[in-house]
Design a protein around this ligand. Structure first.
Ligand SMILES: Cc1cc2nc3c(=O)[nH]c(=O)nc-3n(C[C@H](O)[C@H](O)[C@H](O)COP(=O)(O)O)c2cc1C
Length: 386
């Protein structure tokens, strides 16, 4: 293992609109189920992930309510919870965020999600064109941050009006919970420069990620700020490269060309997101050119919006690819895999040692120190070796 950087901070993902084993098929699909999300959160907590991302969207469970439920059932896990400005006022979101940070004892991280589908945003009562959504978000977070940090804010803005807004109970984390954000347009990166602690990119090839990081760094520096960087990727890790590629093929083995065409049409028509367009351009809906840079596979983006790429390979291979991103300045990985419970185990057991992460090992000893191997001992337990 070669480790030039501090270990990545690795978060997992709660698939709060449902999960499955085959993209584009109902076979072995798992519907949205709060009990299942608890299983994933408890597993992620035990397996050594630092947190979980909870998305926002019309098809998802509501992110703050779900996070509160999962926080009550976990010990150390952080919750990266999506805020979509405009779905409620900054004062109301400040109370939600502060109370969630309080009930979880300081385990809240915020993910600003401005949104990239005019159709879905219209359903939420947001009718602003693409770039203006970021002007609105700037006013929103001016009030939100001031309230969270000082308990008081007033703004008579173009989009946001808050007159002597108050927050009585501060969050545990001071001055406020960290703010994460993803968006690839120039307007998004300009917004990030003013407000964001951790800038997130989709899993694009390293040269494209490098370009975005350079742009985001420059914009933040011009405002006297410094951002750090994270990447959102699926992982398909198996003991060998061949097994990992077989698993990738299996994931899209029940995906028909008609389903791909329908999904591509929906993703193109319903989105004005630059980030989404960059993900679609990686494969252009073609299933024969999915390895878009070494070990980076775009098969998931044939049907899924947002995070559409996976790193595929053995622990050694995927570890090496992740170190390439770390060399560009990435310090955080938000990972996922289908299905999310089993893959949380695979990634922790196979990949964490390669990344220099402890995983779940070392918390409880499995013997008094004798040498032993798993299997075949009393009632299926360990066999003691001389
Ligand atoms: C890591 C990450 C997580 C995101 N999570 C969500 C989400 O939960 N819901 C959503 O509607 N959009 C999500 N987005 C999309 C962005 O919020 C944004 O809407 C989109 O990228 C449009 O911005 P752009 O045109 O500036 O790229 C996410 C983006 C990134 C990079």
């Amino acid at each position: 293992m070669v480790q030039d950087h501090p270990p990545l901070d690795v978060l997992w993902f709660i698939p709060s609109s449902g999960d499955g084993s085959y993209l584009g098929s109902d076979d072995l699909a798992r519907p949205a189920d709060p009990g299942y999300f608890r299983e994933i959160a408890v597993a992620a907590d035990r397996l050594g992930y630092s947190g979980v991302l909870i998305p926002v969207g019309a098809a998802c469970e509501e992110s703050f309510v779900l996070a509160a439920d999962l926080a009550a059932r976990t010990e150390k896990l952080n919750f990266l919870v999506a805020i979509r400005p405009g779905t409620a006022t900054p004062a109301y979101y400040a109370r939600l965020a502060s109370t969630l940070d309080r009930v979880s004892n300081g385990r809240l991280l915020l993910n600003i999600v401005v949104g990239g589908s005019a159709e879905e945003l219209a359903g939420d009562g947001i009718f602003l064109p693409h770039d203006e959504r970021y002007d609105h978000a700037s006013e929103f977070f001016q009030v939100f941050n001031e309230l969270i940090e000082t308990g008081q804010s007033t703004l008579d803005g173009r989009y946001i009006k808050a007159i002597d807004a108050r927050l009585g109970l501060p969050p545990v984390q001071r001055p406020r919970p960290p703010i994460y954000f993803g968006g690839s347009s120039d307007a998004a990166i300009a917004f990030a420069g003013g407000f964001v602690d951790k800038y997130l990119t989709w899993g694009e090839p390293p040269d494209q990620v490098a370009e975005k990081i350079a742009h985001a760094r420059k914009v933040a520096a011009a405002r006297g700020r410094e951002a750090s960087f994270g990447i959102r990727l699926h992982l398909i890790v198996r003991e060998t490269d061949d097994e990992a590629w077989e698993a990738a093929d299996r994931l899209i083995s029940k995906l028909s060309d008609e389903t791909i065409a329908a999904a591509q049409e929906r993703l193109t028509k319903n989105s004005d997101s630059v980030g989404q367009a960059r993900m679609l351009a990686l494969h252009n809906g073609r299933r024969d050119q999915l390895e878009v840079s070494p070990n980076l596979w775009a098969g998931i983006g044939l049907v899924r919006s947002g995070a559409g790429t996976a790193l595929v390979g053995s622990p050694k291979t995927v570890g090496a690819r992740l170190r390439e991103y770390q060399a560009l300045g990435i310090d955080t990985l938000i990972a996922s895999g289908y299905p999310h419970l089993e893959e949380a185990y695979r990634v922790s057991e196979l990949l964490f040692p390669e990344l220099g992460l402890p995983g779940s090992r070392g918390r409880l000893r499995s013997s008094f120190g004798e040498r032993q191997v798993f299997g075949g001992g009393g009632h299926g337990g360990n066999v003691k070796l001389p």
